[in-house]
Design a protein around this ligand. Structure first.
Ligand SMILES: Cc1cc2nc3c(=O)[nH]c(=O)nc-3n(C[C@H](O)[C@H](O)[C@H](O)COP(=O)(O)OP(=O)(O)OC[C@H]3O[C@@H](n4cnc5c(N)ncnc54)[C@H](O)[C@@H]3O)c2cc1C
Length: 317
């Protein structure tokens, strides 16, 4: 499809969503979300195979990434610390007893249905939850004992090939700069070159659907939005059966809040436009899912992350 037929609406003032690592004057680096990456992000790398690098002429973003990680592979000399910086001596070991190993195999082989609506600590025993493996896993993938057992199972399947790289982070790969500069900017630049229109400061509030009596066919007929002074003109657009509408419903970084060395981040419980849009759509047909599963339990699903901005070369060492 020609780029000039594509319009992207975004509530923020810049592209990239959760991939927003940016240096803000006086604050340092602010990173609400991001990707620890690995070599089997098939879709991501396939996309960036065709996106030109902004720095190396004739190379793609994938080339840049591949060369960097070949040249400077990621690994950690000290995976976990205790007592404010002392080596926790996990020493590359998983610490899995026979019982804990059996728990892993059982979850791995279980059907999805067997894991549905269960917590991790309902399917893993004490041995597993006290192991180094669980420490590596939960600190890498942000899992808590009360999180979904099904999600845990799916992650085990997805990252099974990286088990060996868990104890020293060698499973992971990174971009040269923040993901905003290394991934978002090249893609954004390329899309602009193709004639794609971006409207920032534009919050999509609802979508009208024409739903057939048997519910089998659902056609989006109108998009509604509210926009700031620099956002999309008007308050919406009619859609025909020849239009394609793609939505990113919900967002991990929606309602995020920043703290600093002296101020804790404030918990912002709403309104949350990304989730509210999904809630409104979900009321129109059960096939649009149940956002409440993800968004209605803030104390259990909120998370906090910290970014260190180093000020000199010495502290980087
Ligand atoms: C702290 C943290 C660590 C992470 N670590 C990893 C990791 O190690 N590996 C990994 O693969 N993933 C990781 N992730 C997840 C990853 O960042 C996200 O899954 C990914 O960025 C999601 O991309 P997305 O485009 O689907 O959604 P988003 O990046 O959330 O983008 C959605 C966009 O849609 C916009 N939007 C939503 N609703 C509306 C609306 N109604 N109107 C207008 N605009 C709207 C939002 O503003 C946003 O820009 C992490 C996330 C976080 C927060």
């Amino acid at each position: 499809m020609p780029g000039n037929k594509i319009t992207i609406l975004e509530e923020l003032k810049l592209p990239g969503g959760a991939l927003d690592g940016i240096k803000e004057p006086k604050k340092g680096f602010v990173i609400r979300g991001g990707h620890e990456m690995e070599d089997h992000f098939e879709c991501l790398w396939d996309l960036f195979r065709s996106i030109p690098s902004l720095e190396v002429e004739g190379a793609s973003v994938l080339d840049e990434f591949y060369w960097l990680n070949k040249d400077d592979p990621n690994y950690s000399l000290q995976r976990a610390t205790i007592d404010r910086g002392q080596d926790a001596h996990t020493d590359g070991k998983f610490g899995l007893s026979e019982k804990a190993q059996k728990d892993i195999v059982k979850v791995f082989l279980a059907t999805r249905e067997e894991m549905e609506n269960k917590r991790i600590d309902e399917v893993f025993g004490k041995d597993f939850l006290e192991s180094n493996f669980w420490l590596y896993w939960r600190t890498m993938f942000a899992f808590e004992e009360w999180h979904s057992a099904l999600e845990m199972k799916l992650y085990l399947h997805r990252f099974i090939h990286h088990i060996g790289g868990l104890p020293d982070f060698s499973a992971l790969k990174f971009t040269k700069y923040n993901q905003y500069e290394s991934l978002v900017l090249p893609l954004y630049t390329w899309l602009l070159d193709q004639g794609v229109t971006f409207h920032f400061s534009t919050q999509v509030t609802d979508v009208d659907f024409d739903i057939s009596a048997d519910g089998a066919r659902k056609q989006a007929t109108r998009l509604h939005w509210v926009s700031g002074p620099e956002g999309a003109p008007g308050d919406g657009v009619d859609l025909s059966e020849n239009d394609l509408l793609f939505m990113t419903i919900g967002s991990l970084t929606e309602n995020s809040n920043e703290g600093d060395q002296h101020t804790p981040a404030r918990l912002d419980e709403g309104p949350a436009p990304a989730w509210d849009l999904w809630r409104r759509i979900a009321q129109k047909d059960p096939a649009f899912g149940r956002p409440g599963v993800f968004a209605d339990h803030i104390p259990q699903t909120k998370w906090e992350s910290a970014t260190v901005t180093t000020l000199d070369e010495y502290s980087l060492l």
